[in-house]
Design a binder for this molecule. Structure first.
Ligand code: BGC
Length: 363
């Protein structure tokens, strides 16, 4: 574990970066600004380590206005509410709350000053077989328009078997919606691989939540069967991304919440698997959450450049954001995102990396 100074934010806060090394080879760099994962190196089929996370090599690249206004949220912790809230408005116990709108008419990923732009307190730790970083932050009462003070802990652990375990915990002083996630983009090809369209994706979901033209769910659980959203067996991401389909058209690709198959509410379940035939890398996503946003990097347009200066073009990376469903505060039929003062919010997601000899491509 190494800690170093990464830079100073425009408002004068000093930012540290931590380099973590897992027991089975994986390496990760994360910084206190936004809890952002800067790099994640995992072995390919030959054992060669490469960086599979999109990001930049300077703090300024993340804090400059051009980046913040287009915000693709590379590598960041997202809160208080991951994904969209319709027109930034919701009611709790009869009181209506108004949040910043930062994505057309909607509130996205915690608004203008979300957790992606906060400098977190960080404590590194070592255990017998793992290393990690505990990030803490207190979101003041009423911050950004949300009710209550929210105390948040996000823990990154590099566990044996090249697993990145992310644990989220939060408590509140007033009933408030909470939906925390992590917004890393991956390209399993590593380095400056240009596109994820050849990656094979499997999502353990029989339904997704279709959206209106502003990407707010219309309230329906729509079966994936016989649609471009059927990833119940491994399918190249690019195979149907240009299909004539209204939902694909609205988002310019995939930018949808999948309804994960659930046995019970609290256990860790397989949500998705992504395989890159080129490098032989397989990434698995397990989570306790009911939903998964699959975003195929549709809005990347080459205006941001990688650590080595290559442009991040459309579909340069994909994000698989474990979460409760978008706009849940306004959708009575979706699982509730309300956290009450006497409760503790807990959520866990595990990103696992391996290089299987053969891929079980069955359903
Ligand atoms: C959203 C996209 C958005 C991206 C970056 C994803 O979670 O669903 O619509 O462009 O985050 O902000």
């Amino acid at each position: 574990m190494e800690q170093s100074h990464f830079g100073v934010t425009p408002s004068g806060d000093s930012v540290a970066v931590f380099a973590l090394q897992g027991a089975d080879g994986m390496q990760m760099e994360a910084m206190t600004y936004g809890g952002i994962i800067l790099s994640l190196e995992v072995p390919d089929g030959e054992g060669a380590l490469e960086d599979v996370a999109l990001g930049f090599d300077s703090l300024a690249a993340y804090t400059r206005d051009a980046y913040r206004s287009a915000n693709p949220y590379f590598g960041a912790v997202i809160g208080r509410y991951g994904n969209r809230i319709d027109e930034g408005r919701f009611s709790v116990n009869g009181d209506t709350y108004t949040l910043a709108t930062n994505n057309g008419p909607n509130h996205l990923h915690g608004g203008r000053e979300g957790f992606d732009q906060v400098v977190w307190n960080a404590e590194p730790f070592h255990r017998a077989d793992s290393v990690g970083l505990t990030l803490t932050h207190t979101s003041p009462d009423g911050h950004g328009g949300y009710p209550g003070r929210l105390d948040v802990t996000v823990t990154y652990t590099l566990a044996p078997g090249n697993e990145l375990v992310i644990d989220y915990e939060a408590t509140t002083t007033e009933t408030t919606p909470v939906n925390l996630t992590q917004h890393s983009y991956f390209n399993l090809g590593g380095g400056d691989s240009e596109s994820i369209l050849d990656h094979r994706l499997k999502i353990h979901a029989e339904a997704y939540t279709p959206v209106d033209s502003t990407l707010i769910p219309i309230g329906e659980y729509r079966p994936v069967q016989d649609t471009p959203f059927d990833f119940t067996s491994f399918t190249p991401i690019g195979e149907r991304i240009g299909a004539e389909n209204r939902q694909i058209g609205i988002a310019g690709g995939y930018d949808h919440n999948f309804v994960l198959a659930r046995e019970d509410s609290d256990s860790l379940r397989m949500a998705a698997e992504v395989y890159d035939p080129e490098s032989g890398r397989l990434m698995t996503v397990r989570t306790t959450e009911p939903g998964l946003q699959f975003y195929s990097g549709n809005f990347l347009d080459g205006s941001f450049t990688s650590k080595s200066g290559a442009p991040y073009r459309q579909h340069a990376g994909f994000a698989l954001e474990t979460q409760h469903f978008p706009d849940s505060p306004n959708q009575a039929d979706f699982p509730s995102t309300l956290l009450r003062p006497n409760e503790t919010y807990r959520s866990r997601t595990v990103y696992g990396f391996s290089t299987p000899d053969s891929l079980n491509t069955g359903p």
